[in-house]
Design a protein around this ligand. Structure first.
Ligand code: ATP
Ligand code: MG
Length: 322
């Protein structure tokens, strides 16, 4: 049986890119016999300056949105990373088998550490914690967007080296790419991916954005001066992104459009049709936060034995006492 694991950072509001690139594939994967793990990676949200109250609220909100988008707690273990302390224990054990240079050359570390302000040590070691997240559950498949390729490669390197040096301990995971729409771009800057952590929300459609907000953001989406609706991600990244979003939301190939205005109108409608039921279900679930917490507690209880077993194997392999 194949185990699949997806993580969501509670660094901000989940957006359309998260939904199309990660949440929908996760929900679709539940249908098959695959065992699915959905994790809110709250410890990763502490690698940059953070506000404790916002972190707690966003963790619960992410869990609520995952449920609203169709995560079925009977099929998927849903929990917050910090609720399973084995993540941090394995993190340390893996740090002892990872070189400083391997972590320091990660592109994301270079970018984020160059942003200014004090650099937390956890920002450097973040990919090692991510390796622990994956290896802890013997995950076979990890859906990865382009932004996480390098980190998944490091995970594989760490696992292979550990197995070779200390004996077979970890399953070496494969990165899998969602078939389409691996990457939704920012509407205000279509050369960058839509991100929770981008400076402004202008180019990001939040999963809880009201229809009027969606319309505003879509109608202001940056395009170009060519005036032709053509799929050409290199030459017309803004228009191509809109076509991608439309295709993903409707499940159909977009037809021909005489101008950008009509395309934007259809994108607005398609996005709203997709988000309306999620918004509605989210409102129902948000009325009962106790329920969401219960689901998280159940998810934690379900995965913990596997996490414990992996840590036990790693400890023994490294020469630590019981
Ligand atoms: P951050 O800016 O804090 O890194 P993020 O928007 O990149 O946030 P993550 O929590 O890092 O979101 O990613 C959650 C999942 O969503 C991952 O599987 C990631 O590959 C996917 N994802 C993130 N952004 C996009 C996007 N723009 N298009 C498609 N998938 C995305
Ligand atoms: Mg990210």
């Amino acid at each position: 049986m194949t185990k699949r694991l997806t993580g969501f950072q509670p660094t901000g509001n989940l957006h359309l890119g998260n939904l199309l690139g990660a949440m929908r594939p996760l929900v679709a994967g539940q249908e098959s016999a695959t065992e699915t793990i959905a994790m809110i990676v709250d410890l990763h949200a502490m690698t940059m300056e953070h506000d404790p109250r916002a972190l707690r609220a966003r963790t619960l909100e992410a869990a609520t949105l995952l449920l609203a988008a169709g995560v079925d707690p009977r099929r998927t273990a849903l929990f917050a990373q910090s609720q399973v302390p084995e993540h941090t224990e394995l993190h340390y054990l893996l740090e002892c088998t990872t070189a400083y240079g391997e972590a320091a050359r990660m592109i994301q570390f270079k970018e984020k550490s160059a942003a200014g302000g004090p650099v937390r040590l956890s920002l450097l070691t973040y990919p090692v914690l991510m390796a622990a997240d994956i290896l802890l559950y013997d995950a076979h498949e990890v859906p990865v967007g382009d932004d996480q390729n390098q980190h998944l490669e490091l995970t594989r390197t760490i696992a292979e080296r550990f197995n070779a040096r200390y004996g077979e301990t970890f399953v070496v995971p494969e990165g899998v790419r969602p078939e389409s729409a691996a990457r939704i771009m920012d509407l205000a800057d279509p050369t960058r991916k839509m991100s929770k952590s981008s400076a402004t929300a202008a180019g990001r459609i939040g999963l809880l954005d009201e229809p009027e907000v969606i319309r505003k953001k879509t109608s202001r989406a940056v395009t170009d001066t060519l005036g032709v609706v053509r799929y050409d991600p290199e030459g017309q990244p803004g228009v191509s992104n809109l076509l991608d979003i439309l295709a993903e939301c409707t499940g159909e190939r977009p037809g021909a459009y005489p101008n950008y205005g009509t395309l934007k109108r259809d994108v607005t409608d398609a996005v709203d049709t997709l988000l309306a039921p999620i918004r509605k279900r989210h409102a129902e679930l948000a009325d009962d936060p106790g329920y969401v917490r219960e689901i998280l507690a159940e998810g934690k209880t379900r995965v913990r034995p596997a996490a414990r077993a992996t840590v036990r194997r790693a400890r023994a392999a490294l020469g630590l006492l019981d």
